[in-house]
Write a protein that binds this ligand. Sequence first.
Ligand SMILES: [Zn+2]
Length: 480
Amino acid sequence: MIRRYRDRILIATGLLGWMSFGALGCSDGQDQPLQPNLIFISIDTLRPDHLGCYGYSRETSPTIDALAARGVVFDKAFAQASWTIPSHMSMFTSMYPHTHQVDRQAASLPESIPTVTGALREGGYSTSGFASWLFLSERFGFGRGFDRYEVLKATRDPENPRLRISPDAGTLVELVSGSFVSEGTPGLDKESPFFLFLHFFDPHLDYEPPLADAQLFDPQIENTDLGSYVFLQDYVKGTNRNMEPIPADACEEVRALYDGEIRHTDRQLGILLAEMELAGLLENTIIVLTSDHGEEFFEHGSMEGHQWTLYDEVLHVPLIVVFPDGRDAGRRIDTLVQSIDLAPTMLDFAGVPQPEVFQGRSLVRLLDGTETWDETSFSQIRRYNEKWALRTRTHKLIYTGDTKVNRFKLPVVAGFELYDLTVDPGETVNTYVESDSTSTILAARLQQWIGERAEALPTDVPSISEEERERLRSVGYIGN
Ligand SMILES: [Zn+2]
């Protein structure tokens, strides 16, 4: 069975102009293009400024750079949260965290909220997902709409059963190539288009890449000890009341280990894409590559600021879209876009109608110039304390809404922070003044958005096994 766009959907989504170049595949004499396959790649904790295609001097990312050269690169993409669960959920639901409400470990996605995966499956796609970290487990709602969904589990060292071996990018690629690539797509017949979600976790703490990958960036590195949470926890905001700055040479070594993780992931991604190409799976396939958040290397006084802050180093994410016909190769988009825009964009690519409740906008309309774009991004976290942020091209306003002490051992200052990004891109000088017009206008806008928070939704509390609890503890996600 060959699935096609329907005219009413083409008109409804504005996709006709976008696709009428005809290269995504036409068939049997009619002008209707085939629905493209979609590969959605999320590389956890990936800072764009550590990728060659975003200007990094180290060769961390030859595969991703090659994808970028063949596709469209978005220079100003921002996540809706600075940690894994709410940020990914915003990508899948096209909703802000305070709307989908899966913004803490004790929440799962209500059945009433639609996902991009479910919409694609209803639109004729077979859907497969492979994730590398338990925060993307089905219990939070991430498996929703997938014909097949797997989350890698840690294994035990056979020689020392007390030692836990975390799966890495190589494990993920082995699984995907041994199942999805060799066995074909599950769910529907093989002529159906596929949606494949891949989640790599390696650039997240712990930073323990293959030593050779780290040595590419620091030949003196002899082991990965400084990349372990055991070492870094003393420098993570909120875990140490009397935190000293990390020594400069240790910080540089940690950066090299982080870069080694990116290089390792990039190589594994290259292996998988080469296998998929050989298997003919990339012929009519659009690739979307992004991350759920960035990371902090002491820009704001801490290691691992993600999940604790809303500064740019933890919200700015890479976003690359590659078309099979090379359309828009090398194009760069400077417009500010959000992670919630990804779901409507992928549905537009597929010619599948969007659920009305989606809050993002299709990037197709930005790429083809059919929509005037409001360049504002909103983000929030409700984890150790509650923060909300609004970012425009020129300013960032952050509001810390409470001073609740949870595991947070440092004093939390409630109130506003305003940064003029045109002169202070590092967000170092708080210029918020209540009577100032910029402060007033942006604060009113942020408060309006906060006020749009959805009514509390009924939600199940996911349970966690003792083994998972141990894994979470090992990277500081729950206290000892
Ligand atoms: Zn993450």
